[in-house]
Ligand binder design. Sequence first.
Ligand code: CA
Length: 229
Amino acid sequence: MARVVIVEDDDTIGDRLTAMLRAQGYESEWCPDGAAALARAAREPAELVLLDLGLPDVDGFELCRRLRERLPGAVLVVLTARTGEMDVVEALESGADDYLTKPFRLAELQARIAAHLRRASPGGRGAGDAVRIRHGALLIDLAARRCLTPVGEVELRPKEFDLLARLAASVGQAVSREDLMSDVWDENWFGATKTLDVHVAALRRKLGERVRITTLRHFGYRLEPPPGH
Ligand code: CA
C-alpha cells in the first residue's frame, strides 16, 4: 500500500485530504508542520508527499529541499497558494516533482497522485529517471509537461512539448527526421511531411533566443547547447 504523507497546517484541508486518500486505499499520514514532516521522513520512507509551501515553522522551499534529501525515492507534490511562476520554478528546483495551485479540485489531485504512483511503481518509470531537463533559461518539466522560464511559462501544444523534450534529451546531437517522427508522432516516417517542420517553426517562434535549433538538410535537426555550456 502506497504511503502518502500530507504536510499541511490547515486542519480542514488536512482532514479532507486524509479522508480522500484513505478512501482511495492509500496509507496516509498528516503532519501539521515542518518539524513533524522532517521527523516523519526520518522514521520511514514514503512513496508520495503532498507539501503545502506555506507552513508556520519553516520556509516551504527549504523544507522541500530537506524532504528531497531524506526521501530520495518519494514523489514530491507541492501545494501552493502562490501563483507566481518564479515560485513554481523555485519549487521544482528545490526538488518538487509536480505542483498544484490552490484552490484545486480533489479529482485533479487524485488523478495526479494515481499517475505519479503508477509511474513510480515497479514496471513504471524509475525514480532515478530524469523528470526535468534544464536547458539554459528553460526548465522542461517532463512530469508536469510544462516549459518554464524565469519570466513565465511558455505555452506549448502537446506535440511541440514532446518534440522539445526529445531534442533536449539529445542536446548537441543530430537527430534524424525519421527518429523524431517515430519518437514524437509514434509512427514511421515515409517521405516528405511538413508536420515536423511546422512544429520546429512553432518552437523557434515561441521560444525565441532561448533555443537554437539547427536544420540539417536531408537529415533532421539538432538542438544546440545553451550559451555558456
Ligand atoms: Ca498553509
